[in-house]
Structure formats: C-alpha cells, structure tokens
Ligand binder design. Structure first.
Ligand code: FES
Length: 98
C-alpha cells in the first residue's frame, strides 16, 4: 500500500445507482442522478476546472429516498434532493461562478 496526496483539489461524487421498478427508489432510476452526473461533469469542463475538480459516479450511499445525492470532498458537503436546475448552486459550492 502507498499513501499520497489526492490528485484533485475536490472530488464530487454523484450517485447514479439504479434499481429495477418495484424495488427501493434510486438516484439513477427514480431521480436524475445519471443526467446530473453528466451535466455536472460538462459544466466543470466548460469552466476549465477539470484539472482541479473530479466529478465521479458513485453507487448507492444508502439515503436513496433523498436522491439525487451528491457529496463534495474534502469539504464534507452532502447535498440531497439535487435536481438538474441546482447545477449552478452546486458549481457555486465548488467555487465556480456560473
Ligand atoms: S441509490 Fe443513491 S443513495 Fe441509494
């Protein structure tokens, strides 16, 4: 095992987990997790921040009913009930002015 500094200044984990109809709700199937992940990644790229901010897909974080869920590290920010229209607010939390 090796320990090192993180490559990026910030990591944004967007839950994209999907469950089948009839199962527990999920960020990727019930809510907008998948689209949110893609659009957030595009927005970070458009802002020229891909060298500093990494948007990654996450599997279930076990707060599915509050989806879509987003975590920002190392700021330790947990965002729930995130919708596509909230992307400018998420960017602001990342220090990006839309
Ligand atoms: S499916 Fe996203 S928190 Fe469970």
């Amino acid at each position: 095992m090796e320990q090192s500094e993180p490559k990026f200044e910030k990591y944004v984990f967007v839950c994209v987990n999907e469950r089948a109809p009839g199962e527990r709700v999920s960020c990727g199937a019930t809510f907008c997790g998948k689209e949110l992940s893609e659009k957030l990644k595009e927005a970070v790229k458009a802002a020229g921040q891909v060298e500093k901010i990494r948007v990654s897909k996450s599997k279930c974080l076990d707060v599915c009913e509050e989806g879509a869920n987003v975590m920002i590290f190392p700021d330790n920010i947990w965002l729930s009930h995130v919708e596509i229209r909230d992307i400018p607010a998420v960017l602001e939390k990342l220090g990006i002015k839309p």
